[in-house]
Design a protein around this ligand. Sequence first.
Ligand SMILES: *Cc1c(COP(=O)(O)O)cnc(C)c1O
Length: 383
Amino acid sequence: MKIAELSWIELSRAALEQNVAALATIAPGKMMAVSVKANAYGHGLAEMVALLADNKKVHYLSVHSIEEAEVCRWAGWERAILLLGPMPADEAEAVLELDLEPVVFDRATLERLGRLGDRAGRSIKTHLKLETGTNRQGIGERELTSFAAVYKKHQSLRRPYGASTHFANIEDTIDHEYADYQLAQFRALTGTMKKLGIGPTIRHTASSAAALLFDQTHFDLIRPGISVYGHWPSRETYLSYRLGGGKNNILRPVLSWKARVTQIKKLAADEYIGYGCTYRTTSPARLAILPVGYYDGYDRLLSNQSHVLINGRRAPVRGRICMNLMMIDITDSSRVRLGSPATLIGVDGDQRVSVEQLAEWAQTISYEVLARLSPSLPRLITA
Ligand SMILES: *Cc1c(COP(=O)(O)O)cnc(C)c1O
C-alpha cells in the first residue's frame, strides 16, 4: 500500500475478525452488540461500520448518542442499534426515523417515546436499564411500578424488549464479589419486572470483562467494546482470564498509528529540545520531527517518557509533546530519512508499542488513549 499521508491510522480487518470470532466462541449462541461509541474507541466509526457490516456474528452496534447512530445508518449499518446514552427531548423522533432500540432510564423519555410511537402507529423496542449498584444510569426497584404503568398505557411500547445493567467493579480487580452482588440484584429486579407484567424478552449485562470472565453474565446478548478492538479491559481481567484456564493470544489489536518524519537535524552536546527546555543533549544527537502532537491524541504526559519505533528500533521522545509536533531521538537509527514512517502504536520488526504501554506512561487506561485519537486522522483499512 502506498500511503501519502503524514500521519495515519491503520485498521486490520483480520485482527477484527479474529476478535469477533473469539468472543462469539466465548459466548456461543448469544447475540453480540459491539460498542462503537467514542468514534468506535478512536478507530473511526464509519470505518468500523464498514468492517462489521458483513460480519454475521455481530447483531447489534451500541452507540452513546443519536449522532453516532446517524453515522452508523449513513455508513450502511442495517441491523439493530442499541442507544446507550441519554437523548435530548427534541430528538426522540430519531428513535423512529433511525429505527433505534433505546436503553431507557427515565420516565419522561419513556412517555415521550410512547406518545410518538402511538401517534406513528409503530412499535418501539426499549430496554430498561436497571440500577444494580453502579449508580450511574439505571432505575431501582421502587421505580419499576411507575414504569410498568407507562408501558401498559402505550400500545407502541407494551413491554420492554430488553433489561440491562452494567458492572461497576469487574475490570479493575481480581476480586469479583461486587459483580456477583450486582448479578444477584439484576436477577431480583428482572424477577420484579416479570411480576409487574413487564418481563423482558432479552437480558444483557456483559461488557468485555464480564463476557470474557463470567458465562453467567452472558444471558441473551453480550455488549463487548474494547475486546473487539483487540485489547484486554485491564491487566486484572487478563490475569483472571488466564488463571481461569483461558487460552493465550485470543485478542489481537486492530489499530496501528504511524507518522512520517518531516524534518531531521543534527544537534551538538548541551543543546535543549522543545518547550520548557526540559531535555538537554549530553552528546551530539540526530533528531527527527514527527507531525503528531497532543491535538492528535498523543498525550502530553508522554513528554520525555515514551518512544516510537522506526526501522524496527526504539526512538525515544525528547522534550515536551507539542500541539501538533513531537521530537524523537534517531541518533542510533542511521537509516532514517525524510519521509521514513515511524510507528507510534503498533509493531515494527520485533518491537511493539502497545496502547497499554502508552496508557501506563500517560497514567490512564487504554480506553482513554484510544478514545482520544483525533477523528481527523485518516483511517486506512488493511488486510
Ligand atoms: C461501553 C459500554 C460497554 C462496553 O464496555 P467494554 O469494557 O469496552 O467492553 C458495555 N456496556 C455499556 C453500558 C457500555 O457503556
